[in-house]
Design a protein around this ligand. Structure first.
Ligand SMILES: [Zn+2]
Length: 88
């Protein structure tokens, strides 16, 4: 007769992934939705403004610049990958 012992161990993992969103090449509007006063009060960039706590806050504006309506080059987003993690 054979017996087998199997031990299992589970991990939790938490990580931070970073990406740099560069501003629009055409109008210099930010690459993310931002709750900043200087964005809200700039008529050229106000399309990038969101209220503090808005679900879009800090999110990428996407492939089209909401401020000038022109196409944003995908290279404007530089994905840095995971910059920090912990496991316990
Ligand atoms: Zn633009």
């Amino acid at each position: 007769m054979e017996t087998a012992t199997v031990s299992t161990r589970s991990w939790r993992r938490q990580g931070v992934v970073a990406a740099v969103h560069r501003s629009c090449r055409h109008c210099q509007a930010p690459g993310t939705f931002t709750p900043a006063e200087h964005i809200r009060t700039n008529p050229a960039w106000s399309a990038c403004y969101v209220e503090q706590g808005d679900p879009r806050e800090g999110q990428s504006v996407g492939d089209t610049c909401p401020a000038c309506g022109r196409s944003r080059n995908p290279s404007l987003i530089e994905r840095l990958g995971e910059i920090w993690h912990r496991q316990w």
